[in-house]
Design a protein around this ligand. Sequence first.
Ligand SMILES: *Cc1c(COP(=O)(O)O)cnc(C)c1O
Length: 457
Amino acid sequence: MSQDLNPVIWPMSARRVNGEITIGYISVSDLADEFETPAFILDELDFKARASLWAKALQEAFGTNAGTAYYAAKSFISTQVARWIEQAGLGLDVCTDGELAVAIAANFPAKKIELHGNNKSESEIAAAIDYGVGVIVIDSLQEIDRVARIAHEKSVTQGVLLRLNPGVDADTHEAISTGHEDVKFGFSIASGAAWDAILSVKKHDSLELRGLHAHIGSQIFTPDSFELSASRLISVLAKYRDEFGAELAELDLGGGYAIAYIEGDKPIPAQEILSVIATRVKSECEKVRLKIPRISIEPGRVIVGPSMVTIYRVGTTKEVTLEDGSTRWYVSVDGGMSDNIRPALYEAQYSISLANRSSSAPLRKSRVVGKHCETGDIIIRDVQLPSDITPGDLLAVPATGAYGRSMASNYNHMARPPVICVLNGRARSIIRRETHRDLLALEIEEEPRQIGKGEAK
Ligand SMILES: *Cc1c(COP(=O)(O)O)cnc(C)c1O
C-alpha cells in the first residue's frame, strides 16, 4: 500500500497526518465517529474547483465558440450539488424526471438544462417543457413526433438536438461504450438514420433544431475517439448546410472524460484534451468551409468522481486456502456492492488505503469484500495491504464520487450511506444516511380491491 495519497486519485484536501488520513482537515476517525460508516466523504473545494476548471477549460479551448459545459447529473446529483454547479457556471444534463425534480428543487435555471434519455416518457417530456428546459436531446423517430406534439399542445417551440451515433468504438468497457453501431442510443450516421431524423424534425414547426449531439462512452483516456466523433458530426453539419443553405449552430460532444482510479491511470488534463478536440473541430470545419459551431460538453465523472472518498470499517478478516495451496486474506467491510456496484458491473478497479493509522507490518495479498450475500461482492480484487489490518480499522477508497452513491441500492435491505460534505474542519451531511424507517416507509397494508372488469372466480 502506498502511504502517499496520489493527488491524481485522491481529492485535493486529502492528507496523511500522524498516520491518519484527513479530508477537509478532519480525520477519518472523527468522521466515522460522528457519521458512522460506510460514508461518502465529499471534498467541497475539490468538487467546486473541478467544476470551475471544466467550465473554464471549455471557454479557453473554444473561445467565443464555447457553448455550455453540462454537468451529467446521473454521476451524482443533489440540490446542493446542483447549486454548486450553477454557481460554477455550468449547465445540467438530466435523463429522467427524477433528476429533473432535483434540478427544479434547486431552482436550477431552466435554460441551462438539457434533457436526455433513449426512452423519455410523455410525462417526462411534458415536465421538461413545462419547466422550460433549454434543450431536449432527441433519440428516436417516435420521440421526434412525441416531443413535437407535446410542445405543440403547449404552444411552445422547443429547442432540440439530435443524438447521433457516430460509429466510434471508444476504448472502454463494453457496458459504458455508447458510440459504436450496436447500441440503443442515437441515430446512426453510417446507416442514414441520422439524416432521416433531421428531415423528420424539420417537418415540425414546434421543434427548433439547434444542432447535433453525440456521447461516445465513459472513462475514455485518449482524445482520438472524441476527435473522430466530432469530425463525423461536422460532416453531417456540412451536409445539412449543403442541403438547406443554413448552418446548425450547436454541437454537443458529450462527456466521458476519464479519471484515475489506480496508480498508472493517466487522465489527460481538461485544458489539454479540450484543446486537442478544439484543434480538430477547427480543422474539420475549415475543410468543409463551415462556421465553427457552439461547442458544448457533458462532463460527469471527471467533476465529481475524484472529489469523494468512501470510508468503511473492517468487520472481519479470514484466511482462505486456495486450490493451489496458497492462501488469500479476505478483509470484510461494512458496505459493498450496495454502495459501489462498479467492480461487479464493469470489473472496475479502485485503490484503497488503511485510513485510521499507518502500519509498518509486512504487506499481504488481500481481497477487500463487502457484507452482501454474494461472492461477487468484491470492492478490491487483489491488493497488498498491511497484514495487521484488524476489525475496527478504517479503510478509505478514493474516487468513488461518480456512479457510487448514484448507483447505490438497498440490496440486502442495506440503508444507503450518507454523503458528508467536508470543508476546512467542518462537516455536514448533504444526503443523510437512510434508516430502517426509510426502508419500511414504502410498505403499506391495503385492502384488496377489484381492478378491471374481471369477475371473481
Ligand atoms: C453518462 C453521460 C454523460 C457523462 O458521462 P461521464 O463519463 O460521467 O462524463 C454525458 N452525456 C451523456 C449523454 C451520458 O449518458
